[in-house]
Design a protein. Structure first.
Length: 345
């Protein structure tokens, strides 16, 4: 099983500058690369400082000159926010800049807050149809001279300009959860990204079974890969892990608030949650975070990851956004690199 880092800039209050957050992200990415991580993933979000990532290709183009070995991926671009011709060309240019190290993860998106502002207030089902129409278009544009007539896009014969550096095009990953999305990904020759969020190991197992079922249904497709994205923290001791669980509890409470899209937002920061607000979300309690995220001492994290490897996961991506200080993120990543990864060498 390979290991990667999943990272955005996360701004929780107005005292943090965007420049400082960018420098933090760069430091973490350079640590991951020097430590031998296989890839670094960063996503796309708009108008929300909770996860600052307006265009992952800009970030990746900068990382390409700082990160020397790791692959660089979008985790993920949001299909309804893009025209496929624009996405194909920008991705191909980024592939050239990275020296052929780009992977593209594509999703339908998650936040109604963003749909309201960038996609004419569409619902999630409509967003899914954008994803299903877009994914098959990209390889055809990279191959060139492709005309399209569809539900969401129509254009005459077009070729991506430029074309990707990687022979055969850029690897595409689809963010999948339900069985239909797994089947769609495999049938379109795509790899799969899965994110159990706070649901823990039962969901990890279910997602793998859906991937295996979809793979078995398409024996004509060369085996695709599956990546597991989860929050985690490698602590020095039990007290350190407990503190991490409290931080992750707060992160998920804010994640839920953004997802529900009910609280006022000012200057891209959502209204601060009170202790009572967070207490009303017991499924994010610290004990649940210890149980349902990859949080523990190095030995505990290794045991957990070994079970995921045995299930068949090809890659584990450590989601480092957590509301923690820069120092605590770096300490956890250092332990992951020095004490966890060697167990899988």
């Amino acid at each position: 099983m390979k290991f990667s880092l999943f990272v955005h800039m996360e701004r929780l209050n107005a005292q943090q500058s965007h420049l400082e957050l960018y420098h933090e992200m760069i430091d973490l990415c350079e640590m991951a690369d020097k430590g031998g991580m296989h890839a670094i993933w960063t996503g796309e979000h708009h108008g929300m400082d909770f996860t600052i990532a307006p265009n992952p290709f800009i970030t990746i183009a900068d990382l390409a000159h700082r990160v020397k070995h790791a692959r660089l991926g979008t985790g993920t671009v949001v299909a309804p926010f893009w025209n496929p011709i624009k996405l194909a060309g920008e991705a191909a240019m980024t592939d050239i800049i990275t020296g052929g190290r780009l992977d593209i993860g594509i999703a339908r998106g998650a936040y109604n807050y963003e749909y309201q502002r960038l996609a004419n207030n569409m619902d999630a089902m409509t967003a899914g149809s954008h994803l299903r129409e877009m994914v098959p278009i990209l390889p055809k544009l990279w191959a060139g001279d492709y005309a399209h007539e569809g539900k969401h896009w129509n254009f005459p014969s077009t070729t991506s300009s430029p074309k990707p550096l990687q022979h055969g095009g850029i690897p595409i990953w689809v963010a999948a959860r339900d069985p239909m999305s797994h089947d769609f990904a495999i049938s379109n020759n795509c790899h799969v990204q899965v994110t159990p969020l706070h649901l823990g190991d039962p969901e990890v197992a279910v997602l793998m079974e859906r991937f295996k079922t979809a793979s078995a249904a398409h024996p004509e497709i060369e085996k695709r890969k599956i990546m597991l994205l989860m929050h985690g923290f490698v602590g020095a001791d039990a007290a350190d892990c407990r503190k991490a669980a409290e931080d992750l509890r707060r992160f998920y409470c804010y994640f839920a608030a953004w997802f529900k899209n009910e609280l006022p937002v000012k200057q891209a920061l959502i209204q601060e949650l009170s202790d009572a607000d967070m207490a009303a979300m017991p499924h994010y309690a610290a004990d649940k975070m210890l149980e349902n995220t990859v949080t523990g001492t190095p030995e505990e994290v290794i045991r957990r990851l070994k079970t995921y490897e045995a299930m068949g996961y090809d890659e584990f991506s450590l989601w480092i956004d957590s509301g923690m200080t820069t120092e605590r993120k770096k300490a956890s990543l250092r332990r992951f690199i020095d004490h966890v990864m060697p167990a899988f060498a």
